[in-house]
Design a protein around this ligand. Structure first.
Ligand code: FE2
Ligand code: FE2
Length: 190
């Protein structure tokens, strides 16, 4: 199954070699973290391979894969469409309906509150895979080997800082997720 999915992704992102390199970086990182944290490595590989698969599809094409509610909910943040449409594409093309995998793809951009181990791993791997050119990436990866919650919080902070530096306003959903993991680290949740 993995081989077929890999070929599909290679073909789909064929015109985007940098993105493809990123996707395989996320896959390798996610598999390493899955192994360390004792979860299914195949689920991690599938979620990683598919997380950005619709990134270069037109918004119109992505909307074909979304339900009305999601479209409305994220109308101001169409960046979210590629996460939701990628999950839907995995369901339609490969008949994979594993909620762990689908949710990890759906939540890879902002993260969310109370994530599963797989969701955290995909979120973190997306942020810190070796082709990422930001200084904290290796620190996040090292931290993730020991403490996924802490690495999640740092990766969320890095994403919010990046957006703010670029002049964008992070969504409330993204900020809420970050504040949730701040509380987890402070020991106030769990
Ligand atoms: Fe993405
Ligand atoms: Fe990505």
């Amino acid at each position: 199954m993995i081989d077929v999915i890999e070929q599909f992704v290679i073909q789909k992102l064929g015109d985007h070699p940098k993105r493809l390199k990123h996707v395989f970086g996320v896959k390798d990182t996610a598999v390493i973290l899955a192994k360390i944290h004792g979860i299914d490595q195949e689920q991690a590989a599938i979620a990683a391979l598919f997380h950005d698969v619709t990134k270069y599809d037109s918004i119109e094409a992505q909307k074909q894969l979304l339900d009305e509610n999601s479209m409305m909910k994220y109308a101001e943040y169409p960046v979210m469409y590629h996460a939701l449409s990628a999950a839907k594409l995995l369901e339609t093309v490969f008949d994979i309906h594993d909620l762990h995998v689908l949710n990890a793809i759906k939540h890879h951009i902002w993260g969310t509150k109370d994530m599963t181990t797989l969701e955290k791993i995909i979120f973190i791997a997306d942020s810190c895979e070796p082709n990422r050119e930001f200084d904290d990436a290796p620190i996040i990866f090292e931290l993730a080997k020991k403490d996924l919650d802490h690495a999640t919080m740092i990766a969320m902070k890095a994403s919010i800082d990046y957006l703010e530096k670029k002049g964008y306003t992070p969504s409330q959903e993204q900020l809420d997720a970050y504040h949730y993991y701040q509380e987890v680290i402070r020991g106030k949740i769990k």
